[in-house]
Ligand binder design. Structure first.
Ligand code: PLP
Length: 372
């Protein structure tokens, strides 16, 4: 299980100032003398967050960006023309848009494949594949990728494996210890946890990749600001307690939905009937706080997304507030219809990010939203 002994803000070394327990915010764009020169390149508050994230992800090098997509953009910027990249087909719509609208124009060859199916993964990850990019659980279908197995296939073919660990966070899953080469996060979600900051993280053990990511951060100019770094650091301190509560509430919500006559199917990896349940149990320490589900008809789905007293309709996940998202018109709207159909994103699919509210209040709100 999670080792609380290592869960402390140990990365605040550079920030020690006058014995302050909470590291100060170095709200300065430039420095005269000393180790730091210019905040776009590096800043002590950002460095404190980067060290902490590296520690939690069991990596050596951490980087903090202005958003999750900022982190993924920095990773993709390390590619070159002609590179082949294999990506999970069930993926956050913004990542898909970054690939399809920006990086495809640069002569990089992206292949989408169901990496949850190892036979498909073996066929897709061919010799010379430079990068494999996977989310697990995937967004929004909550499918589980076997990180160790995909890492092995990737390495045999000479590539590196990146895992988007946004949904489980380092509290529940450490992809680097399973063989991944780099981990990325939308820290806008659980890592910061309070719906008040947009941030991204990348962590690796590889020195060469770290130097490329460092160059990307300082040159693309998308490093996280000192104030937002401080906000994320503050969020991190309660990550274990929040993740436990998110998960407990999610389990209760999933059980309630599963027994409701207006719900067709609940997709939550903690449930034994979920296809990736055993794999998730093996490679992770928990199942997280996101539950996707199909209603029996579109009318019910539309009613749920009108929002309730506790549960609000909004993009995003992983914060204190329970949020429902409608992937077809929101997070995954930029994915072409034929791909959405193949993955299973339709008018009856809802993604619920279960918040930190009282469990009974969440269930009561769901019951009201599902009432005739
Ligand atoms: C799994 C996943 N990765 C990356 C992102 C992008 O993060 P951000 O919105 O912080 O840029 C998101 C956003 O929802 C996400 O869900």
């Amino acid at each position: 299980m999670f080792n609380y002994d290592t869960y402390s803000v140990l990365g605040d070394g550079d920030c020690k100032y006058q014995g302050a327990i909470s590291p100060p915010i170095f709200q300065t764009s430039t420095f005269s003398g000393g180790e730091y020169s210019y905040t776009r390149l590096s800043n002590p508050t950002r460095a404190a967050l980067e060290q902490e994230c590296a520690l939690l992800e069991k990596g050596k090098y951490g980087f903090a960006f202005s958003s999750g997509l900022g982190a993924i953009n920095a990773l993709f910027s390390t590619l070159k023309k002609g590179d082949r990249v294999v990506v999970t087909d069930d993926i956050y719509g913004g990542t898909y848009r970054l690939i399809n609208r920006i990086y495809k124009n640069y002569g990089i060859n992206f292949v989408f494949a169901d990496l949850c199916d190892l036979e498909t993964a073996k066929k897709a990850i061919t010799k010379g594949t430079a990068l494999v990019f996977a989310e697990t659980p995937t967004n929004p279908m909550m499918k589980i990728v076997d990180i160790a197995a995909v890492a092995e296939i990737t390495h045999q073919n000479g590539g590196i494996l990146a895992v988007d660990n946004t949904f489980l966070t380092p509290y529940f899953q450490n992809p680097l210890t399973l063989g991944a080469d780099v981990v990325v996060h939308s820290a806008t979600k659980y890592i910061s946890g309070h719906h008040d900051v947009s941030a991204g993280i990348a962590v690796t053990n590889g020195k060469r990749l770290a130097s490329k990511l460092g160059l990307a951060l300082s040159t693309l100019g998308n490093g996280l600001s000192p104030f937002e770094s401080w906000l994320v650091l503050r969020g991190l301190r309660t990550l274990p307690m929040r993740m436990e509560k998110h998960q407990g509430n999610a389990y209760a919500a999933a059980e309630f939905l599963n027994s409701h006559p207006k719900i067709e199917q609940v997709i939550y990896p903690a449930m034994p009937q979920h296809g990736g349940h055993l794999l998730c149990k093996r490679q992770s320490r928990g199942f997280g706080g996101v539950v996707s589900f199909y209603t029996k008809d579109e009318k019910t789905a539309r009613k749920i997304i009108s929002g309730g007293r506790v549960i609000k309709f909004a993009e995003s996940l992983g914060g204190f507030k329970s949020l429902v998202t409608y992937p077809i018109t929101q997070t995954h709207a930029s994915i072409p219809k034929h791909i959405r159909n193949r993955i299973g994103i339709n008018e009856r699919l809802i993604r619920l990010s279960v918040g930190l509210e009282n469990k009974e209040d969440i269930i009561a709100d769901l019951a009201t939203l599902l009432a005739d």
